[in-house]
Design a binder for this molecule. Structure first.
Ligand code: AP5
Ligand code: MG
Length: 216
């Protein structure tokens, strides 16, 4: 069973790489951001709370996020392993994850830090869009659909952009990363599971680097 964490600021490429690894290794992507966006779309109580927090670029409470992940990893599709994309994001979440895995007799294989230059992130995030039907991710400049306006995966012609992908919210998300998430890097370094990958390389090269880490 493979259990992997992808860590990095907004736009580092966590979601892009998680989707590729999902296909290559048959392990499921668990994106807490996607789960919260689904809750927002459903109009649930959780979704209403999440909308305000996400629009402000802040973080949801640790207890709520830990419970979401704890329930999610019990699902049968996680039996082969999973890629955590967007969780943990605080020291408390990292410790809760360890406790959770420990109880199940599991442990993290690797924590991959996607190292990126902050200057590049605003361009990455502001050019991002996704297929409204199947969720496949694209970028105006770095990853356009093969045929303009048509999803490569499902052929849909409808695309969406995230509400939190504006310059002001991206700045708040970056501060949240610096202040609350980056401090968990030493926690994983001390445990000997942290690996740094150059997130500024092109998308295929980043995938190769992560696969090298996983196969090595
Ligand atoms: P979340 O959805 O996790 O957003 P994020 O961390 O800000 O990360 P992004 O999804 O923006 O970036 P990514 O690294 O996935 O980049 P991508 O691959 O798309 O969280 C959203 C919000 O939910 C948070 O702000 C918070 O409020 C809440 N939340 C979620 N989890 C939480 C938790 N655990 N606790 C508390 N709150 C939580 O790539 C970006 C773009 O760049 C794409 O267009 C892509 O095509 C392009 N690109 C990717 N890689 C490359 C490359 N190597 N070269 C060129 N372009 C590239
Ligand atoms: Mg993402």
């Amino acid at each position: 069973m493979r259990i992997l964490v992808l860590l990095g600021p907004p736009g580092a490429g966590k979601g892009t790489q998680a989707k590729r690894l999902e296909r290559a290794y048959g392990i499921v992507q668990l994106s807490t951001g996607d789960m919260l966006r689904a809750a927002v779309a459903s109009g649930s109580d959780l979704g209403r709370e999440a909308k305000d927090v996400m629009d402000a670029g802040k973080l949801m409470p640790d207890a709520i996020m830990t419970e979401i992940i704890s329930d999610r990893i019990e699902q049968p599709d996680c039996a082969n392993g999973f890629i955590l994309d967007g969780f943990p994001r605080t020291r408390a979440q990292a410790e809760a994850l360890d406790a959770l895995l420990d109880r199940k007799g599991l442990a993290l294989d690797k924590v991959v830090e996607l190292k990126v230059d902050e200057q590049a992130l605003v361009e990455r995030v502001s050019g991002r869009f996704a297929c409204a039907k199947c969720g496949a991710g694209y970028h105006d400049k770095f990853q356009p659909p093969k045929q303009a306006g048509i999803c490569d995966v499902c052929g849909s012609t409808e695309f969406i952009r995230r509400a939190d992908d504006n310059a002001e919210t991206v700045r708040a998300r970056l501060s949240a990363y610096r202040e609350q998430t980056a401090p968990i890097l030493p926690y994983y370094r001390d445990k000997g599971v942290l690996v740094e990958v150059d997130g500024m390389a092109d998308i295929d090269e980043v995938t190769r680097q992560i696969e090298h880490v996983l196969n090595g």
